[in-house]
Ligand binder design. Structure first.
Ligand code: ATR
Length: 283
């Protein structure tokens, strides 16, 4: 990559950010697209977030991605939010439009696109079982609702957080059937009637890939099982156990790929080369 006097910058704001695969993936895309853009990791402490955002427009960045722990605080600091960012109150992509920063969220759309790559799902007649109620789960819940899913069961250790997502869904998608339960109360019938089972908890992020509280024995070849935790070299034990039961599986790399591609489309208006991006994160 050549940095010149005209190179434009895009950053990823997070803490920690050093482990992120996004710089490798996005720079590979910009290079293949022949664009004079450089994507840089920016480690930002929570107390510096507001200044960092001002810096993006002061230094004329094209935009940025936003990751843990800044997605929700960023949404509160930007004067304009669009689409899923407006509903979820979380931002993963910023576009600098004439020095005005506009917040978007491509996580949910990225998840649905990666889901459609591995399975042919009729959302209108399907149900989903979603474990977790943090920021990631919120984005997936909204994206599933936007895709027209018939029924969504929300499961979380801290019930109040799942109830908060349910309230949000009822407000924006009144026709959607929802339920909320603690992990211990997910029964056989719920597994059997849910086509999609998702682990959107952060278990596994801390290095040791522990199994989440999903009853793997209840999974079958009819399930599509997703884990948002991404590991570069191997699948999570949860996903390999699900695959062992014959389920179709989807790891977090697909979501990473598609949320990043959707962000590039927002910054440049051009469809990025998916295979180049996929190659960069898998190599
Ligand atoms: P993110 O923004 O990535 O979703 P988060 O907001 O910290 O991260 O949410 C983490 C999710 O993982 C939450 O649903 C959390 O459950 P609680 O709401 O009960 O905290 C879940 N989680 C993390 N560690 C867990 C554990 N050991 N057992 C059960 N759930 C866990």
């Amino acid at each position: 990559m050549k940095i010149s006097g005209t190179t434009k910058l895009i950053g990823i704001l997070g803490r920690p950010v050093a482990h992120s695969l996004s710089p490798k993936m996005q720079n590979a895309a910009f290079e293949a697209m022949g664009l004079d853009i450089c994507y840089v990791p920016l480690e930002v402490a929570p107390e510096d977030l507001e200044n960092a955002l001002r810096g993006l427009s002061a230094m004329n960045f094209l935009g940025a991605n936003v990751t843990i722990p800044h997605k929700v605080p960023t949404a509160k600091m930007l004067s304009r939010l669009e689409g899923a960012a407006l509903i979820t109150g979380a931002v993963n992509t910023i576009v600098n439009q004439n020095s005005s920063l506009v917040g978007h969220n491509t996580d949910g759309a990225g998840f649905i696109r990666s889901l459609n790559e591995v399975a042919d799902i009729d959302f209108q007649t399907s149900a989903a079982l979603l474990f977790g109620a943090g920021g990631a789960a919120r984005s997936l819940a909204v994206a599933l609702a936007e895709s027209g899913i018939a029924r969504l069961a929300l499961v979380n250790r801290t019930l109040e957080k799942a109830l908060a997502i349910e309230r949000l869904l009822k407000q924006h998608f009144p026709e959607l059937t929802t339920s909320v339960q603690p992990p211990g109360e997910v029964n056989e019938e719920l597994y059997a009637s849910s086509k999609i089972v998702i682990n959107a908890t952060s278990i596994g992020l801390e290095g040791d890939l522990k199994m989440p509280f999903v009853a793997v024995d209840r999974l079958t070849k009819d399930h599509v099982v997703c884990d948002i935790v991404y590991t570069q070299s191997q699948e999570t034990p949860f996903l390999s156990a699900a695959r062992g039961k014959g389920a179709t599986t989807l790891g977090g790399l697909g979501m990473l790929l598609h949320q990043g591609a959707a962000a590039i489309q927002l910054w440049t208006g051009i469809e990025p080369p998916m295979e180049v991006m996929r190659g960069a994160i898998e190599s």
